[in-house]
Design a protein. Structure first.
Length: 138
């Protein structure tokens, strides 16, 4: 069973009773950060249980990707679906986009626009890719 966490920018999702070291427990918060021109990245931050009050440790960020979706999976906790297709072939890229769309995630306007751009990029770039069979033999 999958429950999607909101994809609004900088909305935090809190998880209580998160392990901190071997013996301590704390709170962790997750969110997705969007930066135009770079993409989206996931972030998480733990509260420091060794210090009194609400002292948060430095946030930890992932690398930027085109689209990041966070969701809860039963007994698995917070999971991420990261959309980055630049390492795939044309056919695999098209299949990955279709597979991602079939998961029926609720996308923000930014994410919908990114997905549209990825489709256009896929259609455009691979029209001009030179394969070994296209080379001229002398």
């Amino acid at each position: 069973m999958i429950n999607q966490i909101t994809c609004q920018d900088n909305v935090r999702y809190y998880v209580e009773d998160y392990p901190y070291g071997f013996r301590l427990r704390t709170t962790i918060r997750y969110w997705i950060e969007t930066r135009p021109g770079y993409g989206q990245r996931s972030a998480n931050q733990t509260r420091n249980p060794k210090k009194p009050g609400e002292v948060w440790n430095a946030p930890k960020y992932s690398t930027y990707s085109a689209i990041i979706i966070m969701y809860l999976e039963y007994d698995e906790g917070v999971q991420k679906e990261i959309v980055k297709f630049w390492h795939l072939s044309h056919t695999a890229w098209a299949e990955s986009i279709t597979e991602f769309e079939n998961q029926n995630f609720v996308l923000s306007d930014y994410q919908k626009e990114q997905l549209r751009r990825l489709k256009v990029l896929n259609e455009t770039v691979y029209k001009y890719v030179i394969t070994p069979s296209d080379t001229i033999k002398l």
